[in-house]
Design a protein around this ligand. Sequence first.
Ligand code: KIV
Ligand code: ZN
Length: 502
Amino acid sequence: MNDKIIIFDTTLRDGEQSPGASMNTAEKLRVAMQLERLGVDVIEAGFAAASPGDFEAVSQIAKQASTIKVCSLSRATQNDIKAAGEALVHAKNRRIHTFIATSPIHMEYKLKMTPNEVIKRAVEAVEYARTFCDDVEFSCEDAGRSDISFLKEITDAVIAAGASTINLPDTVGYRLPHELSQMIATMVEFVNNRAIISVHNHNDLGLATANSLACIQAGARQVECTINGIGERAGNAALEEIVMALKTRADIFAPLHTGIITKEIYPTSRLIASITGIEPQPNKAIVGKNAFAHESGIHQDGMLKHRQTYEIISAADIGIEADTLVLGKHSGRHAFKDKLARLGYELSEEALNEAFDKFKLLADKKKEVFDDDIREIVANEFIKIDEVYELVSLSAAGSNKAHTSAAITIKNEGELKSDASLGNGVMDAIFKAIDRSTGTKGVLKDYQVRAVSSGKDAMAKVTVKVKFEGAKTVTGHGLDVDTATASAKAYLNALNSYLCKA
Ligand code: KIV
Ligand code: ZN
């Protein structure tokens, strides 16, 4: 059996199913390119049949990926599989992932199909998927609650039909490590190298990582996971946790290994948090803000004497560099470019010029510019969407909510438009003024503000989730040292993203 664990990342599919995590095509492309850099083996780029936007995102990623295998999910239906096959047509390496539920409760109540009908549908799906590509993965949805004898029967049938990976998800995050370990060991023995056994664990009981590791020990050779563990409900197994557990406990797991470049873990985690607006909890393993913070005096003393007294992973191993070179308004282009290289960014000349201009504007307002400030500036350069509306100026007055007003000027196709509104507080006035000047009406679903780095003059990063007419909720981001301006930029960014998708 192979010692390499295949890392199948589903941040763009299951991860995107997290409430409020939806991304536009430009953002998905940026994530896909970063996942390639991270060394992921297979990327589930989306669910091509779900919407024209999803189809477009999968096909753009398929065109641009160079080494990574690109995969699309599809239910076991002709339409879904056709959409997946067509979206992937330009990929150098591609896979279709098709699935149907196999647990008694799903078959009886959700599918209203008999087990024999489910097997027939699964076989037809795999055979049809094979007409589009050689690499077909089949998932037994809710395998964790399926009968083992039925899992064997359907697995036999889909392998004969041409599936080369059999995924056994604990869809509802119900199982404990020893139970999944037993299921996987039985299936590995049964399959006997005719296909790779994959696992896909949800985190409803907080066990997704532990379950995935137990499955790997039992013989699974593909693990499905997401960055920061985002995903449906309580999320999926977190890529960074599985990879770092395998590496840190090589004494137990070797020779098992992954191809992940661990120094890219932290930049990838920040990118996902920045795009989705979903910050990992501060005490989240590996990538949480406090994961390498030592607060108690006893711990700090121990750390100073010997780091390994309280540290099992070095922050540098996952790409967190000490912020030694802080930039400021006297820093030149060379220092800025050097900093970008150290943070792992390679920008085209044009993007570098734009990012440098933004850095200079920021450095005029803010004494010290930290790594996290630079990451945010650069994230914007990579994710370009058409700026149908651009903020030119904003003035908001009155902290007394009865007398709050905002006046705004925006640019639309070269033309300046100004408008003003009263509001129930500053943000309400700003968003209403934008609605008036653009002739749209958005409903604000979520509003978050975060200081990007430390200091009273820290840049504010505002993330809004807005529902525009006839569309899914879209996310927008705005960055500025002034929170009101950052909020206006975030709202306009959401509107531009909505107009790009429409
Ligand atoms: O959780 C699950 O069962 C899934 C499948 C579609 C693989 O996401
Ligand atoms: Zn899932």
